[in-house]
Design a protein around this ligand. Structure first.
Ligand SMILES: Cc1ncc(COP(=O)(O)O)c(C=O)c1O
Length: 287
């Protein structure tokens, strides 16, 4: 069944959903976006995603002509228009809009709002059972004073360059270090370690996207009574951790069992990772 896409106030068949080639979102990656899960026909933590979208827009001085309610309505209308999808994935984009060929956003009059609803499968199902192998990328995560990783911008080249290294190495993901060599995140997911029963994840200041799933997992830890803490992490911490896992809207919660040819813990998904994964599944899918 052909998907229905929201483009600037109109719901159109996916094959007819177009952007103007002068849109600065296309020309320069000038815009912001969100990826949101649909569980049981509901957008999961929509408010948190909209907050981050509006904050990303403020950070790049993109003035939103819509309220959060307007954008929430566009999202919910697009979910309804793709009513056969019980579980799925939303890609919500705001571009700077059509402008002249120079980079200045001053020529762009009107931001464009696009909502795509579809399915997504980031990793093969068996990897959820057995865990991921990772490498550390030689590509440094963007310096926060160049382009803050907190901005979910349409320009993902920094992450894509690291992902290419993972692909070359024959593994599904890469760990990225920040400008001082500390662990930041994976190319599209946040990173967690478990060390002596404590769950640890880099702080926002380490140059990461403040993940909605990360926030949910920290809440899960608190609800399970599992100690958790935001703390600077090095590669040594990763190599010697008892467990490691990634979180993200598309990835959900997935174990990491090897990094740079070092087995993590016993080389299989650990018990705390599995407990968090089970609770995440219960909160999102009710099973
Ligand atoms: C670079 C990066 N880090 C982390 C995440 C995880 O964030 P969230 O849980 O909000 O999807 C994503 C995905 O959106 C991402 O692209």
């Amino acid at each position: 069944m052909e998907r229905v896409v929201y483009v600037n106030g109109k719901l159109v068949p996916a094959g007819q959903a177009c952007v103007n080639v002068y849109d600065h979102g296309l020309l320069y990656g000038d815009g912001v976006f969100e990826g949101i899960r649909i569980y049981n026909r509901q957008a999961f933590r929509l408010e948190a995603h909209l907050r981050r979208l509006f904050e990303s827009a403020r950070a790049i001085r993109l003035t939103m002509p819509w309220t959060t309610d307007d954008v929430a309505r566009a999202v919910n209308d697009t979910i309804a228009a793709n009513g056969d999808l019980v579980d799925g994935y939303i890609r919500l984009l705001v571009t700077r809009g059509v402008g002249s060929l120079g980079i200045s956003p001053a020529s762009c009059r009107e931001p464009q709002l696009i909502v795509i609803v579809d399915t997504i499968a980031l990793y093969a199902e068996e990897l959820y059972e057995h865990g991921l192998r990772l490498i550390t990328s030689s590509v440094m995560r963007n310096h926060p004073n160049a382009l803050s990783p907190r901005i979910k911008s349409l320009n993902y080249l920094n992450n894509i360059m690291a992902k290419l290294e993972a692909v070359d190495a024959g593994v599904p993901e890469a760990l990225m270090l920040n400008h001082v060599g500390l662990v930041s995140e994976a190319t599209g997911d946040n990173v967690f370690l478990v060390r002596r029963g404590e769950v640890q994840t880099p702080p926002v200041a380490a140059g990461i996207l403040e993940g909605v799933t990360r926030d949910e997992v920290l809440d899960i830890c608190r609800s399970m009574g599992t100690p958790c803490r935001e703390v600077d992490l090095t590669r040594y911490d990763v190599y010697t951790a008892d467990e490691c896992f990634l979180t993200g809207t598309a990835a959900e919660v997935i174990a990491v069992v090897e990094v740079d040819s070092r087995a993590i813990g016993g080389g299989t998904p650990g018990p705390i990772t599995q407990a968090i994964r089970a609770e995440f599944r219960r909160r999102t899918k009710g099973v």
